[in-house]
Design a protein around this ligand. Structure first.
Ligand code: 4NP
Length: 158
């Protein structure tokens, strides 16, 4: 079975995309037909080397997912060649990725909540300035992750 390489991307790589990585990792174990390799990155350089935001760590810990060992990094040019799918959390992340990606890799970049041929499930709101958004972020990422794994299991996307 070929490993499908997936990169989750947000702005800072400390709140949303590390959580998305952790949730996808934890869910992919139950999908026997899928072998996923995951990583996450930010379009900005602000938090390079930092652990995920404590609020994301705590929210996921409450859901039995440990993301505390992740380290933030910035998206790099190699990512566009290496990964099969690059999942942007919101429209601004999506546009930032398109602005720096080589033209022949742009099809790999999709909005996590707007996958081709799937229902529209919306952008993942940036929770950085609002503590109350973290539980909602985790619920939304869980919904988007189920949808993405279903998408990968469609015969035309294998
Ligand atoms: P993230 O959230 O993109 O989900 O990691 C943010 C983290 C940091 C900042 C903004 C959003 N910041 O402005 O430092």
């Amino acid at each position: 079975m070929r490993s499908i390489k997936v990169l989750t991307v947000c702005l800072g790589n400390i709140c949303r995309s590390p959580a998305a990585q952790g949730i996808l990792e934890s869910m992919s174990f139950s999908r026997k037909g899928l072998d996923l390799t995951l990583d996450s990155a930010g379009t900005a350089a602000y938090h390079i080397g930092s652990a995920p935001d404590l609020r994301s760590i705590q929210e996921l810990k409450g859901r039995s997912i440990d993301i505390s060992q992740q380290k933030a990094r910035q998206v790099k040019q190699d990512d566009f060649e290496h990964f099969d799918w690059i999942l942007a959390m919101d429209g601004s992340n999506y546009q930032n990725l398109l602005n720096i990606a080589p033209i022949h890799y742009q099809d790999k970049i999709v909005l996590f909540g707007q996958l081709p041929g799937r229902p529209e499930l919306g952008s993942v709101k940036d929770p950085y300035y609002d503590d109350a958004l973290f539980p909602r972020m985790a619920d939304h990422l869980t919904e988007l992750s189920v949808n993405f794994l279903d998408f990968l299991e469609e015969p035309q996307n294998k």
